[in-house]
Design a protein around this ligand. Structure first.
Ligand code: NDP
Length: 256
């Protein structure tokens, strides 16, 4: 992994305190590793304690789908890091359903809590201190599938679409406070969660094979580090004139 240094020879995020939700595996763990490599101190979260949290990161067990979970995370960030300069809301996902009419209320609420409201609650808890320092960088993880919703995932893509819309508005609101807000939208990426979702899809629709993305123009699924590299760019000073943007990282799949 390349370490990018700033002009004075320091790692480019040295001294920054970063909170990453869902960093025990997949894309979140790659973001945590790249942040550590860039010199940041990092707190990450998941519902279950695990050995796979990248070495060097602080960890707190919490469920981001509730306000109480968000408050526990914000409190842990204050205790373990002394505050947050960088927030990455990465935890997300949803179980595929048979079709729109088969999505129960609790799955809708779960998708909205995990993919949208968790970000809203964490932003609400953490941005006041960023405003006071007139500095902060936020990345929300969405999905490249948002512009092409399909029936088994309408709750998921609707929640991610709302996240993108909210992020653009938040970016404008917070710009004058020195806080940048951007979105990264991954395409199909080789993660435990991605594999589980594709297996569930194939069980519901056996004739569809993997069901998703017949072909990625760049010829392979994404690696979590491909997504993390885009996140790190948006968090860094190299993206100092980027806010309210959405960076699609998908090997060209959803651009055709
Ligand atoms: P994984 O399922 O592999 O990892 C998810 C992480 O989030 C784990 O650490 C998990 O730990 C944690 N997490 C899940 N639910 C909660 C919760 N309620 N509270 C706290 N932590 C939670 O996910 P991916 O790496 O595949 O995906 C990361 C993001 O990228 C998601 O937002 C997803 O929607 C998005 N994305 C992924 C794609 C892909 O192909 N992989 C494609 C498009 C978008 P635990 O289960 O212990 O809580």
């Amino acid at each position: 992994m390349t370490t990018i240094e700033n002009g004075s020879g320091n790692k480019e995020l040295a001294g920054k305190r970063a909170l990453v939700t869902g960093g025990s595996r997949g894309i979140g763990a790659a973001v945590v590793r790249q942040l550590l490599n860039a010199g940041a101190s990092v707190l990450t979260t998941a519902r279950s304690a695990t050995n796979s949290v990248p070495e060097g990161a602080e960890f707190v067990t919490a469920d981001v789908r509730t306000r109480a979970g968000a408050e526990e995370i914000a409190e842990a960030a204050q205790q373990k890091l002394g505050g947050v300069d960088i927030l990455v809301h990465n935890a997300g996902g949803a179980r595929p359903q048979l079709g729109s009419a088969s999505i129960p209320d609790d799955e809708w609420l779960d998708a909205l809590n995990l993919n949208l409201l968790a970000a809203v609650r964490l932003d609400t808890l953490l941005t006041p201190a960023m405003r006071d320092r007139n500095s902060g960088a936020i990345v929300h993880i969405s999905s490249a599938a948002v512009p092409t919703p399909v029936a088994p995932f309408l709750h998921y893509t609707a929640a991610k679409a709302a996240l993108e819309n909210y992020s653009r508005g938040l970016a404008v609101e917070l710009a004058s406070s020195g806080i940048r807000v951007n979105v990264v939208s991954p395409g199909r990426t080789a993660t435990p969660g991605g594999a589980e979702t594709r297996d569930q899809w194939a069980r519901i629709f056996p004739s569809s094979g993997t069901g998703l993305a017949p072909e990625v123009p760049l010829g392979r699924d994404g690696d979590p580090d491909d997504i993390a590299a885009a996140v790190l760019f948006l968090l860094s000073g190299r993206a100092s004139w980027l806010t309210g943007s959405s960076l699609v990282v998908d090997g060209g799949e959803f651009h055709r």
